[in-house]
Structure formats: C-alpha cells, structure tokens
Design a protein around this ligand. Structure first.
Ligand SMILES: C[S@@+](CC[C@H](N)C(=O)[O-])C[C@H]1O[C@@H](n2cnc3c(N)ncnc32)[C@H](O)[C@@H]1O
Length: 215
C-alpha cells in the first residue's frame, strides 16, 4: 500500500485520542450516527469506507448481518480492528485498499457508510469504487466535515494528525451531489450536527434503486 499517504504515518492511538478530545468529540458523534443508520436500514451486507479502528461496529446486529467489509488504506488500523471485533463479529472482512485508485469489487453492499473519508480522496474515483461495491439497491451514507471558519485539523496537542492537512479539503456539496447522481445515487436526506469547537458534520443520505421519494 502506498506509504506516502499521510494516513499511513498516523498511529491509531493518536487518531483516536484526537477524535475523542473533549473539544473535538467527533468519535462520539460518529458512533451515534453509525448506530442510527444501521438501525434505520437494517442492512444485510455493509461496506465501511475508512473503517479506522472500527468505531461503531459494536452496533452491528450479528444475527442479521451477512457480510461486513471494512476498507482502510492503513493496514495497522485493520489489524487493530480485527483484534477488537474479529471474535464478536465473524462476518467481518477487512481489506487494505486505496479507494482513490482501486476499482476492485469486494462486496455487493446494501449499506455503504463513508464517514470523513471524502475529504481525502478524489470524489469521482471514490464513487467509482462505491459503484463496484454496491448492490443494485443500496443506501449510501456520507458524513463530511464543515469547518464553519475553524481550521481543518483542530488543536488537540496530537502532532502526527497534522500531517493530513496537506491532503485535506472541504468537500463541495454540489460536487458530491452531482457525482451521486452520475453514479445513480439520489440524495434523500441531510442532517447537520454541531461539534463543541464550532465545526459541524453534515451527513448525506443517498439511495439507489430503493426508497426514492419524489422520483
Ligand atoms: C478521518 S478518518 C475517519 C475514520 C472513521 N470513518 C471514523 O469515522 O472515525 C479517515 C480514515 O480513512 C482512511 N483513508 C484515508 N484515505 C483513504 C483511501 N484513499 N483509501 C482507503 N482508506 C483511506 C484513513 O486511514 C482513516 O482511517
């Protein structure tokens, strides 16, 4: 895997401490969003893009899920996720791949969960990867960060996390929505959640082939 991607140089411990910092509090919010959309869609085959350390996997209904595929560019994150959840979730398959360059198919998912990864990849290529890994009918949940004037990476005293600033960019909502349409995903819902430091997360709910109100 490409070692020059800054995500390969950030220890998982550093990333998680940063995300759990009281001024950032992003882990807690992402955890509850994961729970919410899992409950809402009750998926059989799930794809997690940028699964990191598996935040939220405890909400998986192991009795109803057939396959769960977790993708990350950082192999050491996947190893830790396997240690944390492998025994409890037998359906978990973890794959070390760059969604910005790969066009391989690993799963036909009916729920795709992409939290805070579009900031680091080419939007069209990421949708190309999703297209190859989505079922004919699927829900796609994308959470992006809105800085509302604050810096891209919050100050938490964790130095290594700053290296991702070089590849971070705010996701353009129109570009996201247009690419969604191009790949057959229609926007069916949006929510915004504000964080302690004034930033917010915007979550877009897309659907392909199902649940298409007003279509
Ligand atoms: C900001 S973190 C979000 C992690 C997790 N979704 C969460 O909500 O905490 C971005 C994650 O995406 C992974 N990532 C970044 N670029 C990637 C790429 N091109 N392909 C696959 N994974 C990538 C990183 O290694 C990291 O685990």
């Amino acid at each position: 895997m490409e070692k020059t991607n800054p995500w390969n140089n950030i220890p998982l411990d550093d990333y998680e401490q940063h995300m759990q910092h009281k001024d950032v509090a992003q882990s807690q919010l992402l955890n509850s969003l994961t729970n919410k959309y899992l409950q809402k869609h009750n998926p059989a085959n799930i794809l997690f893009l940028g699964i990191s350390g598996g935040n939220g996997l405890e909400h998986i209904d192991v009795n109803n899920v057939k396959r769960i595929c977790g993708i990350d560019i950082n192999q050491s994150y996947l190893e830790e996720t396997q240690k944390r959840f492998g025994k409890k979730i037998k359906q978990l398959e973890l794959v070390n791949v760059d969604i910005g360059t790969s066009n391989k198919s690993f799963i036909k998912a009916d729920l795709i969960w992409a939290a805070l990864i579009f900031e680091y990849v080419d939007i069209e290529r990421a949708f190309g990867f999703i297209e190859n890994n989505a079922d004919k009918s699927a829900n796609l949940i994308i959470t992006i960060q809105s800085n509302n004037g604050a810096g891209s990476v919050s100050q938490t005293g964790i130095e290594t996390i700053k290296s991702v600033k070089d590849i971070f960019r705010i996701v353009d909502r129109v570009e996201l929505q247009n690419n969604g349409l191009k790949f057959g995903f229609k926007l069916i819902g949006t929510e915004e959640n504000t964080l302690p430091n004034g930033k917010s997360f915007i979550t877009y709910e897309f659907a392909k082939g199902i649940n298409m109100p007003n279509s």
